[in-house]
Design a protein around this ligand. Structure first.
Ligand code: NAD
Length: 468
């Protein structure tokens, strides 16, 4: 059983109380994490604040080299962290599971470390020179969810450090252990206090809330639900924190009648069911033209039947259980409602423990909650349309705007339709793939700001203009 410390000011800190972390595949205890109080948080923020001036003043090439070194720190511990991630989150080691997540974490860390923050000359003539500089903000507070805990930690931490900030991260209470491990490995290669982690199950103190209003934290980067994101925004107001909010999605995929159902079934499936659908930018509603609706349903059912779900430690598994009871109950409730009014093509009832089978349901009424709410689990509503205008209208009739996709052999037509989707990312003939060079984030209630690439790095900076 794992008993891990928090990393605060370069030291491992056990804290006076702990909370238990369970394996969703078996219900067994995986380990214990420190249950931080606001005092622990204050110590971590004070360490990050003290480390900030020297870290921000390092020559850029030196800071860049230290950030590039984080990839090696992750790599050296990748097998152990992937194993912990499978135990606490449920996702398999294999497939697009824990090893894939660790690979993504390294790819993002490497690319982000390579980014530059050049001074931009806005004017240079007889009237003078105007330069735009991008300076670090100070202490960045990172709050992460349980679905891709290691990858999202890296998405938050590395751009913040690369830009010269110091960091305090707080992972989800469902998946604290892999974050404790990855942070300990990375922090050991950095000056003390530059990277800190506190864990909590929010029973002693709500650490996320305390971070959002902390006077010595200059920016919060938050990934999680829309409701909590709105709370973060409210409590950040008094200290005028910089914010990046990556929130929920209810992405629509729209399949036009010129598609070959057999050809697209596998990509459609993984667009919706990657990580058991517990992915912000997974396809959560599938609109299919009437001409090929039934054939697409048949092809999806056939593909889904070939996918092995089971304990994540089993190399044959490519999907695991739902990650926690809270999410399992939410998915169960939405599916129980949908089976009353829809046509269940596959699945439809919970399995043992926290396992929920792949569920495909068609012919639901327009107002079905499974269509309108973020299910964040292994259930997909398939909706028939005859006029693509109806499908675009339905796709956009959501308060969310994270991603969307158009599926067609006619790329120009698909591009024109994709540009009409109200979302931060639109894919053509795929769904959900991310790339460290491509800014990612949501429109509407799906968030504020962007991560990745230059735009993501800039969000970790304050502009200062020099008039010379
Ligand atoms: P959540 O909002 O319940 O929790 C997220 C984090 O916020 C956790 O660390 C939690 O402890 C913390 N928290 C709880 N109360 C808080 C408060 N008052 N102030 C500050 N922080 C607080 O979300 P979750 O269930 O862990 O994650 C699932 C959600 O995250 C889904 O809606 C999903 O779409 C979204 N998500 C979005 C993205 C994206 O990039 N847009 C990526 C992954 C997940």
């Amino acid at each position: 059983m794992l008993e891990l410390g928090m990393t605060i000011d370069g030291q491992s800190v056990l804290g006076s109380k702990t909370f238990d972390v369970f394996n969703p595949a078996t219900g067994e205890l995986v380990g214990r994490a420190p249950n931080a109080t606001v005092d622990d948080l204050n110590r971590a923020v004070a360490a990050a604040k003290a480390a900030f001036p020297a870290w921000a003043a390092l020559p850029d090439a030196e800071r860049q080299a230290l950030c590039a070194g984080l990839v090696k720190a992750i790599e050296a511990n990748a097998d152990e962290i992937a194993h912990t991630l499978t135990l606490e989150q449920g996702k398999p080691l294999n497939g697009m599971g824990s090893r894939f997540e660790l690979g993504g974490a390294m790819a993002w860390a490497g690319h982000t470390a390579s980014l530059e923050l050049p001074v931009k000359v806005l004017q240079d003539n007889n009237e003078g020179r105007v330069e735009l500089h991008r300076k670090a903000i100070g202490v960045v507070g990172s709050i992460t969810p349980w679905n891709w805990p290691v990858m999202i930690a890296i998405w938050h931490i590395v751009p913040a450090l690369r830009a010269g900030n110091t960091v305090v991260i707080k992972p989800s209470p469902f998946t604290p252990l892999s974050t404790l491990q990855v942070v300990a490995a990375m922090a050991a290669t950095l000056p003390a206090g530059v990277l800190n982690v506190v864990t909590s199950d929010d029973t002693l103190d709500n650490i996320g809330a305390a971070m959002s209003s902390h006077p010595d934290i200059g920016k919060i980067v938050f990934t999680g639900s829309c409701a909590t994101g709105a709370r973060v925004m409210k409590s950040a107001a008094d200290t005028m924190k910089r914010l990046t909010l990556e929130l929920g999605g209810n992405d629509a995929g729209i399949v036009l009648p010129d598609c070959d159902p057999e050809e697209i079934a596998e990509k459609l499936f993984w667009g919706a069911f990657i990580n058991n659908g517990q992915t912000c930018a997974a396809m959560k509603r599938l609109y299919v033209h009437d001409d090929i609706h039934d054939a697409v349903c048949d092809a999806l059912v056939a593909y889904a039947r070939s996918v092995k779900m089971g304990n994540g430690l089993d190399e044959a598994s490519v999907l695991g259980p739902v990650a926690n009871k809270m999410q399992f109950d939410k998915v169960s409730e939405l599916v129980a409602d949908a089976v009353q009014s829809g046509n269940v093509l596959l699945g439809g009832a919970p399995d043992e423990g926290l396992f929920f089978p792949i569920t495909l349901i068609s012919d639901l009424p327009d107002d079905a909650p499974l269509i309108h709410e973020e299910q964040f689990g292994p259930a997909l509503p398939i909706i028939r349309f005859t006029d693509v205008e109806e499908a675009i209208k339905a796709a956009n009739a959501s308060e969310n705007g994270l991603g969307g996709s158009i599926w067609s052999k006619d790329i120009e037509k698909a591009k024109a339709l994709a540009l009409r989707l109200e979302c931060g990312t639109a894919w053509i003939n795929s769904h959900g793939g991310l790339n460290p060079v491509a800014p990612f984030g949501g429109a509407k209630m799906s968030g504020i700001g962007r991560e990745f690439g230059e735009e993501g790095l800039f969000e970790n900076t304050e502009i200062q203009v020099l008039h010379i």
